[in-house]
Design a protein around this ligand. Sequence first.
Ligand SMILES: Nc1ncnc2c1ncn2[C@@H]1O[C@H](COP(=O)(O)OP(=O)(O)OP(=O)(O)O)[C@@H](O)[C@H]1O
Length: 306
Amino acid sequence: MITATGLGKRYGDKVAVDDLSFEVRPGTVTGFLGPNGAGKSTTMRLMLDLDRGTGETLFDGRRFASIRHPMREIGAVLEARAVHPTRTARNHLRMLAAGSGIPATRVDEVLEFVGIAEVARRKPKGFSLGMAQRLGLAQALLGDPSTLILDEPANGLDPHGIHWLRDVLRALAGEGRTVFVSSHLLSEMSLMADRLVVVGRGRMIYNGDVDGFVREFTSSTVLVRSPKADALAAALREVTGVTTEPAGSDALRVAGTDAAAVGEVAFRAGVMLHELSTTTASLEAAFMTATGDAEEYVAQAPGGAA
Ligand SMILES: Nc1ncnc2c1ncn2[C@@H]1O[C@H](COP(=O)(O)OP(=O)(O)OP(=O)(O)O)[C@@H](O)[C@H]1O
């Protein structure tokens, strides 16, 4: 269990992280979301005592700096490229393993696991970003830690790699580990995360489960298809007061009510239905609504520069 309390960080006048408190529970993948510059990386650095600021983060009750062999408890990758550029990948991991009392055999095991065993005798300075990410994950997993903190681990991975990473993180959480991961890939996050911490301009916007976030920041609509769509629209207007939007020649989209209510109105009006379904908005739609006012760097719409 990670417990972060009152995390804060300023750069001069700029408040990068503003009194953030949250928990990351074991057995879950918790996604850390926010627009560019929202304070995610700074928060992760504060959590790992890599930056000075206010507040504290406890890992099962202890601060990172007080843990004797942190690699055996917390696997963290904040910057995939932050490895020794001229030492081979394998030697880099062997050195870290030796420093943390981890058997050297574990190095080959994790290199194999992340799929870079073949290039392990090469120097990481020639690695692609995706290969560097895999090496970072190997490093994080080296000590078989119960907690993982990963900043943008999917960055640079190809679609197969992203799919693989999702399965790995889900499996690690399934084993009871605590997984805290930031990403801008929202569709990926919606498949991977159980819970979310969402920040904007350093402040907490949402902390809870993924479904709750989508519910809180979007509204679901009902799609209803009927050969008598016009009659149904009139009945819905009359009985419930809701307005409908045509969705093709024989269908309506209804907001502000649920499928059961629409079905009941149709039944009472004697209107036959061919389809009745609820459309839930995406995590991306919820993110756009939740963080729309908290965007730090706002680009022009396409065509604006012209
Ligand atoms: N060393 C620094 N000096 C001054 N300002 C900084 C420094 N590091 C970060 N900041 C500022 O703090 C804010 C938070 O930055 P941070 O990198 O934590 O955001 P982020 O959410 O990780 O962004 P991104 O999604 O773009 O990686 C930004 O406004 C950034 O410009």
